[in-house]
Design a protein around this ligand. Structure first.
Ligand SMILES: Nc1ncnc2c1ncn2[C@@H]1O[C@H](COP(=O)(O)OP(=O)(O)OP(=O)(O)O)[C@@H](O)[C@H]1O
Length: 750
């Protein structure tokens, strides 16, 4: 167990706010970030920023420099070295009264380079309080929104499902081949009738031909129906399997890397619908029919000679039209989809936060935001519709033009004696079969843009890390863990340079009852989530029992470690289904837990008892009742490690007492209990060991009876008192303090 105490933060180095940003250092940093900029322009921008923003912070001046240089892909953050996530180097540092470049060399040693190009190696401790300016290069957005099928994970997923069995492909190709050959029969029928039946009025021949055509039509109808059925069932099966895979991926996402905007995430996953619609809307017919266009042209050549040229000329024009339209649509659709996802996120946020919006009189603000997003979506929509309508109408006109041109050429051929009237009519019928799939393909090229944008949205979700690698062989220890600990843990949220946890050593043994104290934002919840295996630290190791927690099967981890979040989420269902989320608790166990925690009173107040209906989003229970349900879940799970984040924050005194009693009864002597709380009274009642956190670090760790009394004295200085107490304290945990007197007066929060 560690006993760490850090000094209070030192004052920032004088002069940091006014010292000009060094153009030389900034140039080196931008070069390292692969952002090219001319030295002259950079010098001018730095001078301009210094003159215009003389008294401003370094961040404001850096932003001014970037704005002058028109560098938009970079965000600036300013923070102390002690909170900086060192993996995010290089950066600029204000040290020894000057701006310098800080990076790591090949041996991972910290290296400072000054404006004079002098370099020096140094240790992290020397620059603990120095100021860092960090430039975050935002991922390059793909302005064209181009997603190649090869790069797209979602597209590969869909295609691998579509082609899992290839039998259907053969069936569809054979059916299509026959359907197209039958189309040739229809044109031959027309030719025979015009050339042989009409001149002689040979009815016997006509009836024979009609009988033949009857068989052809029945065959055509049957094959088309079978082909559609095959493709429909294929698209349903693909849809089922792909959406399931994406849903499972979302369920296994590493929680700290999950995007913060959940409404947008939901919209991204919903994008799969347009992919499914595309694949089930008959695109495969158009694709399969497309090569037959060439076959029909060949047939027209045989029957009508030079008429074939007309169609051969129309083909590339139609293809060009489709290609140009989809190219123009690409960028528009991407913008439209991004805004649509944003709107979906706003809708979810507004519905969830309706109470806060109303009570803060903020309805107008959200309404304005909605109006502005909708206006831009409509703008994109109108432009997109104009392009696709142009493509559709122009292809239609092209089809008519082609058929007029074919007739004109045909008339000339008839005059020259190269063609009969029947052959001209047969060519006209076949010509329709050339233009139709090409026109359809233009539509699909246009539609493909929507699909490829949806695919790239789904891709963004599929690219997020899952909690375990797919190829990882996981441990399944059969012994329950007797300890949980951290070694050299550092944690920061993605895209944030701030280190939210920095803990060299922490160990909790069986029997430990730990209260985690610290001011708001000090990292208590983050620590509990890291211990629960919900957040993956960027560095270091979490030991659960003898193994690394991230090497253990997550189901085994959840069996042994339970975490109660600060705000408990309830799901649509009943009180019972919300308590027994995993569905493994027996009724008698459930009833005992409900009685111990007072949940039975919630059930008793409802006519439906334990079947009390909970609606989507957990509406139907009060804040305190939700917290009891959350506790109930953990009591039912009976874990070895109990991680409770402010478990009684929403409870009244009576319920809190009941929960405390229940905790004493249910937490077994060999279990580990860690409670994050702002209430020293709660800590005094439950804990035999106190840990105090500050800025993501453990600043005090020791027996409750040594640390708590000092914290009760001046709650406003609790954290530093805790740190001071710890520095005078034995490092071994003491048995639980019996000194309840300090607890009684300790209703203050820490
Ligand atoms: N999803 C997130 N992304 C980025 N930063 C976050 C995120 N969640 C929390 N933080 C930051 O991490 C820091 C630690 O937060 P944490 O919730 O662990 O604090 P805490 O000690 O539990 O606070 P409280 O007592 O208010 O619950 C805070 O500064 C917070 O702003």
């Amino acid at each position: 167990m560690t006993n760490t105490a850090t000094a209070a933060p030192k004052a920032p180095e004088a002069g940091f706010a006014t010292e000009p940003l060094s153009a030389v250092i900034l140039k080196s940093l931008l070069d390292k970030l692969n952002i090219s900029v001319s030295t002259g322009a950079l010098n001018q921008a730095c001078q301009h920023a210094q003159q215009e923003y003389a008294g401003a912070t370094p961040t404001q001046r850096m932003n001014a420099v970037l704005k002058t240089l028109k560098i938009t892909q970079v965000k600036v953050a300013q923070l102390r070295w002690s909170r900086f996530d060192q993996r995010k180097l290089p950066a600029m540092i204000f040290y020894q009264q000057q701006w310098q470049l800080i990076e790591r060399d090949a041996e991972r040693q910290l290296l400072l380079t000054g404006a004079d190009n002098e370099t020096q190696k140094l240790d992290a401790e020397e620059i603990e309080e120095a100021l860092i300016l960090w430039l975050q290069v935002l991922p390059k957005s793909n302005p064209e929104g181009k997603t190649s099928i090869k790069e797209s994970i979602a597209a590969r997923l869909v295609l691998s499902e579509v082609f899992k069995t290839k039998r259907w492909l053969l069936d569809v190709v054979v059916a299509t081949l026959i359907v197209n050959l039958l189309a040739v029969m229809s044109s031959l029928f027309a030719m025979q009738v015009y050339d042989r039946v009409v001149p002689t009025l040979a009815y016997a021949t006509l009836w024979t031909l009609v009988a033949g055509m009857g068989i052809v039509m029945i065959l055509d109808w049957s094959l088309k129906t079978i082909r559609a059925r095959i493709l429909d069932s294929l698209s349903c099966a693909t849809d089922k399997s792909v959406t399931q895979k994406v849903f499972d991926h979302v369920m296994q996402l590493q929680l700290d890397t999950r995007p913060r905007s959940l409404g947008t995430l939901a919209a991204q996953v919903g994008g799969l619908d347009s992919v499914r619609q595309f694949f089930s809307s008959g695109v495969i017919f158009a694709l399969v029919d497309l090569p037959f266009a060439l076959m029909f042209i060949a047939f027209i050549w045989v029957v009508g000679g030079s008429i074939a040229w007309v169609y051969l000329l129309a083909l590339p024009i139609a293809a060009m039209l489709g290609w140009v339209s989809q190219k123009r649509l690409r960028k528009l659709l991407k913008q439209q989809m991004l805004r649509s996802n944003e709107r979906q996120g706003l809708l979810v946020d507004t519905i969830q936060g309706a109470e806060s919006i109303r009570t803060n009189n903020a309805t107008w603000r959200f309404s304005e935001e909605w109006k502005s997003i909708t206006a831009s979506i409509s703008g994109y929509n109108i432009r997109q519709k104009a392009i696709s309508n142009f493509a559709t109408v122009t292809t239609g006109t092209l089809a008519s033009l082609t058929s007029v041109a074919a007739i004109v050429v045909g008339v000339a051929e008839i005059e020259a004696g190269n063609l009969t009237m029947g052959a001209l009519i047969a060519c006209s019928i076949l010509g329709g079969r050339v233009i139709a799939p090409v026109a359809q393909s233009v539509q699909y090229l246009v539609q493909w843009q929507t699909v490829s944008q949806s695919l790239s949205m789904v891709d963004q979700v599929l690219k997020l890390d899952t909690e375990r690698r797919a190829d990882q062989s996981l441990l399944m220890p059969d012994e329950p863990p007797k300890q949980i600990g951290l070694e050299n843990i550092r944690f920061s949220y993605p895209n944030s340079p701030i280190q939210q946890l920095n803990i060299a050593q922490f160990n909790a043994q069986a029997g430990d009852r730990i209260a985690l104290l610290g001011s708001i934002g000090s990292g208590k919840s983050t620590l509990l989530k890291v211990l629960a295996g919900l957040y993956r630290p960027s560095e270091g190791r979490i030991r659960l029992g003898q193994a690394d927690l991230w090497e253990i099967d997550p189901r085994v981890v959840s069996d042994h470690v339970s975490y109660l979040p600060q705000s408990v989420h309830l799901f649509k269902g009943t009180l019972r289904s919300n308590l027994t989320l995993s569905g493994v608790a027996s009724d008698s166990h459930l009833l005992r837990v409900c009685e111990s925690l007072g949940i039975d009173r919630i059930a008793a107040d409802s006519p439906n008892s334990m079947d009390l209906v909970i609606s989507e989003g957990g509406e139907g229970l009060s804040g305190g009742q939700r917290q009891l349900v959350g506790l109930g879940r953990i009591f039912l799970a009976q874990p070895k490690v109990w991680l409770l984040d402010e478990p009684t924050a929403s409870l009244d005194n009576e319920s809190e007492r009941q929960v405390m009693t229940a905790l004493r009864a249910y937490v077994k002597p060999e279990d580990i209990l860690i409670i994050a709380t702002h209430r020293p009274a709660l800590a005094a009642q439950m804990a035999n060991r106190i840990i105090v956190m500050q800025q993501g670090k453990i600043v005090a760790d020791g027996p409750a009876d040594k640390i708590l009394p000092k914290m009760m004295v001046r709650p406003q200085k609790a954290v530093s008192a805790g740190a001071a107490a710890a520095s005078n304290t034995d490092t071994a945990p003491n048995p639980r303090s019996s000194n309840g007197s300090s607890a009684q007066s300790g209703e203050d929060t820490v």
